[in-house]
Design a protein around this ligand. Structure first.
Ligand code: FES
Length: 140
């Protein structure tokens, strides 16, 4: 396993169970956004940043996804995803599973481990404005 510094996402110390950090992974002809967070057992997970219900809707628009009771919550229609496996447990895409990014923790940082990705940067890709929604249909 090659832990390339170009594929380093973030320091583990900056992660928590209550919020996500968004990143953009880049390959030769492809980009993909993900969210990374820490679970209660200290492990780290990374999922796609887009909801399986409407795949242009971001879970994290740059200021953390909504996280409630170990569930990632889509702000659009309220789909809830278990943070430990990405399975949608409630909402219009119940049963769907968030795509996962393979990661590893080394020396206090989280790295993408799939050689497919050339590099990773924190934040969303500004030129990829897929999520045009401004309204939130659920409130907490
Ligand atoms: S877009 Fe996420 S629940 Fe509908």
């Amino acid at each position: 396993m090659d832990l390339d510094s170009d594929r380093r996402i973030i320091e583990v110390a900056r992660l928590s169970e209550s919020e996500t950090a968004v990143f953009t992974a880049t390959a030769a002809s492809e980009t993909s956004e993900g969210v990374v967070m820490q679970l209660s057992d200290g492990s780290v997970v990374a999922y796609t940043n887009f909801c399986p219900h409407w795949q242009d809707i971001r879970l994290d628009r740059g200021e953390s996804a909504l996280v409630r009771d170990s569930q990632l919550v889509c702000r659009k229609h309220g789909a809830m995803f278990d943070t430990d496996d990405g399975v949608c447990t409630h909402g219009p895409c119940e049963g769907a599973v968030l795509d996962t990014f393979a990661t590893a923790v080394h020396d206090g940082s989280v790295y993408l481990t799939n050689d497919k990705w050339d590099s990773v940067e924190r934040g969303i890709e500004e030129s990829q404005s897929r999520d045009l929604s401004t309204d939130t249909r659920i409130g907490f």
